[in-house]
Design a protein around this ligand. Structure first.
Ligand SMILES: NC(=O)C1=CN([C@@H]2O[C@H](COP(=O)(O)OP(=O)(O)OC[C@H]3O[C@@H](n4cnc5c(N)ncnc54)[C@H](O)[C@@H]3O)[C@@H](O)[C@H]2O)C=CC1
Ligand SMILES: O=C([O-])CC(=O)C(=O)O
Length: 217
């Protein structure tokens, strides 16, 4: 079946492909009246696309779901954002193999396989981070959407050859106080770039959509 046929036959589209797929498929799905779950959340750093998708969802009365993905703490961030938030930072540590092929790594000629110790590759805004590492820090986009936006959210990306897990730390400060979370994710067996928890968060979101009982924020 082609995409036009598929979206006429389903209630919910789950995007789990790439930022380009978000640009291509999500507008069509929303126009056809489908709800959509997006995993390649980094695409939403594009302000024009974000406004278009949010507008289409409203116009066609559809839901857009952004699962927590590979991080923990989106529940607290959602709650905290009901009042003022002053800072949100994400520090991501991955084994070098999990960062290979990222545009930032290629453009800067970073030889990841030669790293012998923990090395900071990038520090900047979430907006810059998701463009520089589109397949590695979608979590930065999810945090931005839940919190204070792509320009205010700060991101640090570290390659660490001693690691076998993808580690994400979030620190949030605001009128509620302060919290920090840290998760040590096992990578998906077939893809070291992606943590297993990201796939589980899509499963959990699907259950949340279907269940009568809702637990957590
Ligand atoms: N929200 C989050 O926390 C996380 C999000 N992700 C993102 O989720 C997405 C899926 O992750 P993985 O399964 O690990 O990626 P993957 O690269 O292993 O698999 C993606 C698959 O989608 C296909 N694909 C890409 N663009 C397509 C298109 N336009 N139409 C049809 N197929 C297309 C690819 O050929 C590939 O088979 C990626 O964009 C990844 O960056 C990954 C981890 C965490
Ligand atoms: O799976 C992870 O650890 C995070 C990730 O790749 C992403 O956010 O794109």
């Amino acid at each position: 079946m082609n995409i036009e046929e598929i979206i006429r036959s389903v209630d919910l589209v789950i995007e789990s492909a790439s930022q380009n797929a978000v640009r291509f498929i999500v507008p069509q799905a929303l126009k056809a009246g489908c709800d959509v779950m997006v995993l390649s959340v980094g695409a939403l750093a594009d302000e024009e696309l974000r406004a278009a998708l949010f507008g289409l969802a409203k116009e066609h009365n559809c839901k857009l779901y952004f699962p927590s993905g590979a991080v923990v703490g989106i529940d607290g961030l959602n709650s905290a954002s009901a009042a003022g938030i002053s800072s949100v930072t994400l520090t991501t540590r991955k084994p070098p193999s999990g960062l290979m092929g990222a545009p930032y790594v290629v453009e800067h000629g970073i030889e990841l396989e030669k790293l012998e110790k923990e090395t900071i590759l990038f520090e900047g805004t979430a907006s810059e981070a998701v463009k520089a590492f589109p397949a590695n820090v979608n979590v930065a986009a999810t945090i931005s959407l839940a919190g204070i936006g792509f320009e205010q959210t700060r991101v640090k990306i570290i390659a660490d050859p001693s690691l076998s897990r993808n580690v994400h730390e979030i620190t949030v400060e605001g009128e509620f106080g302060k919290f920090s979370t840290r998760v040590e994710n096992l990578p998906s067996p077939e893809n070291p770039k992606t943590s297993y928890l990201a796939a589980l968060s899509a499963v959990s979101t699907l259950k949340k959509i279907l269940n009568q009982v809702q637990i957590g924020t």
